[in-house]
Design a protein around this ligand. Sequence first.
Ligand SMILES: [Fe+2]
Length: 270
Amino acid sequence: MRILFSSDWHLEEKFVVDPKRQSRDVHLLAAQAREIQPDVLIVAGDITWGEDGVYEKYLSLFDDLNCIKLAIAGNHDAAFEVGPRHEEELAMVLADLGFHYLDAAPCCIDGVGFVGTMGWYDGTLSNPTETKAIPISDPFAGGPRVIGSIQPRDAVWTAKMLARLDAHICDIEEHVRAIVAVIHHVPFVEFLDHDLFWTHPIMGSRRFGQLLLSHQKVRACIYGHAHTRRVQEMGGVLCANHCLVGHPPSWGMLETRASGPEIWFQRNPL
Ligand SMILES: [Fe+2]
């Protein structure tokens, strides 16, 4: 099974990226996907902040791809909260466009299970003594906000996302030979670059990494949010972050093989 994956398209988000570049890159990704003809396409969150029609405009580029399409929410898709947009609205929008919403339910394909969650952050990727909160003008909050600060609700949301992911893994692990986990936020502190230490509190949670390592059949993890091109094994789980908004923009491939050991690898960044 050949799995094409990418995250963090940030389409038409003028305050974050160059909209023209993002539009160009997602068209290029769609063209390359048609050449590759993967068995599975995965989008690991932050497709867009959610202006009207953006999902339809860009996800329809993958309409004629004859494969199973999976997606999860990112914090941008969910408008920076665990709420109705994340829980219900995205599921409907994505279903209309032929994408299975992994946050709501796992998916099993030819003996491989796929589970997913937006995840969240709780400060456990940072050392508080090394971290400083930085005030910024936040377009999402409509005013000043402090990046790097953790609110009481963040631990609650992280626990909720963890419990749901654990339940999804438990639901399928007896029935599959391997599991691919898709998490928008960063699951391991080792994946963060030290020079971005001030963003660490809001990048993810160690608890997602611990959860993945506690389930033997989890063999790969596709994550987003960090905007860095990285492939790194952690305790037998091959983890990869390929983002269209990254420098350079990239996508990745995982491949599973039914006979013998399963082989996971990356190739052909954009
Ligand atoms: Fe993100």
